[in-house]
Ligand binder design. Structure first.
Ligand SMILES: Cc1cc2nc3c(=O)[nH]c(=O)nc-3n(C[C@H](O)[C@H](O)[C@H](O)COP(=O)(O)OP(=O)(O)OC[C@H]3O[C@@H](n4cnc5c(N)ncnc54)[C@H](O)[C@@H]3O)c2cc1C
Length: 305
């Protein structure tokens, strides 16, 4: 019996290389200025979905919400074995916090439909909230299993999952459909397959074609010319199965009051790299007073609390 999985993957700023341009004056993340990477936990979410398909049959569909540049992680998913990828891009979704992000992803999952699993990473390395998966499950009205470390078995639409709860494991059974968040300790991820890289490296979403045609045409080219050339290139890609799906908020019937800044009660005040400056070390006597002093020091320099 085949199982259909939807995987939510995020392109994230490479937090190991945060620069002074990370934040815009309005407190939103300046994603265009930062080098980006595939959110590490999401690579494991993809791997678990591909493993389900390899063991029991079915399909793997990947969705990512982000700027057109996020098409890079979707191509990476195709290189690793995904069957279908969808970019959800819309300026009206910019600056969405986790509430808005999970609402939009829930609308996208409903629009894809016919799924047995929704796989998310445990958390994204930029927002680091681990909130989107559970919030999305809530909006979809389906059960959730977080912190998957191994999918043990799948039988009669019931999944048996080992989850890591920090100080041990828990084995749970859950009826499908279910949303699962995956840990980065859930085994090895398969590398991109050279044959698939050759096949999909020219795959594009519409927004990338528009940007390429506009850049090639320069200032003198009329919007109608751009449109005609974009359509010609899209037709060529479609004929080769290389035109990637691109959806906006209208395509998923999203209610705009739940999207973007309008739908986001959270305001990110400031993002900064914490650089530990203290040289040398402090000797702490193993006494109650010693521990109390240590905790006070860690609170004072904002390492704790
Ligand atoms: C430094 C910083 C702090 C922030 N703090 C908060 C905060 O406290 N509260 C808040 O509401 N927002 C916060 N945000 C905004 C938050 O990053 C975004 O809302 C984001 O879209 C989702 O939250 P997250 O990055 O924490 O994702 P998480 O909840 O950690 O993501 C979990 C999983 O959800 C899926 N997912 C998340 N985003 C997407 C996406 N765009 N496309 C596809 N799948 C996705 C992935 O599978 C991912 O592994 C913060 C952003 C930054 C940069």
């Amino acid at each position: 019996m085949p199982y259909h999985s939807i995987v939510c993957v995020k392109q994230v700023p490479d937090t190991a290389n945060i620069t002074g341009e990370a934040m815009k004056a309005d407190g939103t993340v300046n994603r265009a200025a930062l080098p980006t990477v595939f959110n590490p936990d999401d690579l494991h979410a993809l791997e678990v979905a591909l493993d389900v398909r390899d063991r029991w049959g079915g399909t793997v569909t990947v969705v990512s919400m982000g700027p057109p540049k996020a098409a890079d992680v979707l191509r990476d998913c195709l290189y690793r074995g995904a069957d279908r990828v969808i970019l959800l891009t819309d300026r009206r979704a910019a600056a969405s916090d986790t509430l808005a992000t999970s609402y939009i992803l829930n609308q996208a999952v409903r629009h894809i439909g016919n799924y047995d699993f929704v796989f998310c990473g445990r958390q994204a390395i930029d927002g680091d909230t681990a909130q989107v998966g559970p919030q999305c499950a809530e909006k979809l009205g389906i059960p959730q299993v977080t912190y998957l470390e191994r999918l043990i078995d799948l039988r009669d639409r019931t999944a048996r999952i080992r989850r890591n709860v920090g100080n041990g494991w828990e084995i749970v059974e859950v009826r499908l459909p279910v949303l699962v968040t995956v840990l980065d300790t859930a085994g090895e991820v398969r590398p991109p397959a050279a044959r698939r890289v050759m096949k999909y490296k020219r795959a594009r979403v519409r927004a990338e074609l528009v940007a390429a045609v506009a850049a090639a045409g320069g200032a003198g080219v009329s919007p109608a010319d751009v449109e005609r050339e974009v359509e010609r290139r899209a037709e060529t890609l479609r004929s080769r199965g290389l035109m990637l799906e691109q959806w906006d908020l209208d395509d998923i019937q999203a209610d705009l009051k739940w999207c973007g800044l309008a739908g986001s009660p959270t305001k990110v005040h400031r993002v900064q790299s914490i650089v530990l400056t203290k040289q040398g070390y402090t000797e702490i006597p193993p006494t109650e007073e010693g521990i109390r002093r240590l905790v006070r020091e860690l609170v004072v320099d904002h390492t704790l609390g």
